[in-house]
Write a protein that binds this ligand. Structure first.
Ligand code: PLP
Length: 357
């Protein structure tokens, strides 16, 4: 148990969420088997529930979001293909270049509007068949978009992307690490988004509070091949039911509460607006991520976050002058208010220091 005297408020990521008591209990009770032999009943059940929820034929439990993306890219492409993706997408920025080193795919980054691609962006980079050109075979949509601050690609925008992709014989893949945040925020069934993708992944280990795991979803043929790719990457797990058991609870019970995180993110963002030296674009705060800028040209995000840390608040610098905060289960409105107080103090102190220097 954490000492309550000076609780640390951790807004670095929603991956810091711990499993619920019910999840721990489910882990203990889980019926297990060898999942490489496809004999773990808990994994089989989770995969069935996930596929159904996403409106697809089949699903595959994997170790992480990064592994899910890599398995999916290996399955959707051949070495030498082009994957069109958003210029600040997670696959491009944060996955150690696995797309190139392991899948042998040439990433073709396209700048979206705060992480959101549209048909024009994609059309602009497409080229007619030519002996010099690699084949562009897949378009990746990140929904919600992490680096852009949790922005949503709406179902109608997805539909447009799908249309252009199909017209040019490309697949649509969704990095839906936080797709349930998009669905809950828009009050839509998640299938309204997934109907426009051939396949996708989502994370259990973020806002849904599971300790481990992501799920790849698609048609039967895709998942069969993805299963083999997962094995190749060393991701064939044995009694993985201990991972799947909390996953079942996540899909059953943890989705609607994401709304609390969105509400808290908005309160946080509105509070930040009133702090001198910080700028935040409220329009971009659509889910549980708040990205803001330090406007004082002398201040650096790293310095700012280290001062926050001294005061018991953890946040993530994402650029020289940009900081990210993420709301999640365990962060209540009072934590947001305390955080805003700390931010105000740190911003004021830094302004004074920079003036006197
Ligand atoms: C977190 C995240 C991932 C990777 O998930 P890990 O489990 O951390 O490997 C992939 N894509 C997006 C958009 C993410 O936010």
């Amino acid at each position: 148990m954490l000492a309550k005297a000076k609780e640390i408020i951790d807004l670095r990521s929603d991956t810091v969420t711990l499993p619920t008591e019910e999840m721990f209990e489910a882990i203990k009770q889980a019926e297990l088997g060898d999942d490489v032999f496809r004999e773990d009943p808990t994994v089989n059940k989770l995969e069935e529930i996930a596929a159904k929820k996403m409106g697809k034929e089949a699903a595959l439990l994997v170790a992480s979001g990064t592994q899910a993306n890599l398995v999916s890219m290996l399955t959707n492409t051949r070495p030498g293909d082009i994957a069109i993706l958003e210029a600040e997408s997670h696959i491009y920025w944060y996955e150690v270049g696995g797309l190139s080193t392991v899948a042998g795919v040439l990433p073709w980054p396209v700048k979206g509007n705060f992480g959101v691609l549209n048909a024009k962006n994609i059309e602009n980079v497409l080229r007619p068949e030519n002996i010099h050109y690699p084949d562009a075979t897949v378009v990746c949509v990140e929904n919600t978009h992490n680096r852009a601050g949790g922005t949503i690609t709406t179902p109608s925008q997805m539909k447009e992307i799908r249309k252009i992709a199909k017209h040019h014989g490309m697949k649509v893949y969704m990095d839906g690490a936080r797709i349930f945040n998009a669905a809950v925020s828009m009050k839509k069934d998640v299938r309204e988004f997934t109907q426009y993708t051939d396949n996708l992944m989502f994370c259990l280990s973020k806002g849904l509070s599971c300790p481990i795991g992501s799920i790849v979803v698609g048609n039967q043929e895709f998942i069969e091949k993805a299963r083999k790719m997962r094995k190749m990457l060393g991701g064939g797990m044995r009694q993985a039911g201990i991972i799947a058991a909390p996953g079942i609870i996540a899909l059953d019970k943890m989705i609607p509460r994401l709304e609390d995180d969105h509400r808290n993110a908005k309160i946080l963002a509105k509070g930040l607006l009133t702090i001198k030296g910080i700028s935040v674009d409220l329009q971009r705060v659509q889910t549980n991520i708040v990205c803001f800028k330090i406007t004082d040209s002398k201040a650096k995000a790293e310095v700012f976050t280290s001062k926050l840390k001294e005061n018991g608040l953890l946040a993530l610098p994402t650029d020289k002058n940009r900081i990210r905060m993420v709301t999640h289960r365990g962060i209540e409105r009072t934590h947001i208010e305390i955080s805003l107080g700390i931010m105000e103090t740190v911003a004021t102190n830094l302004r004074r220091e920079n003036k006197s220097n």
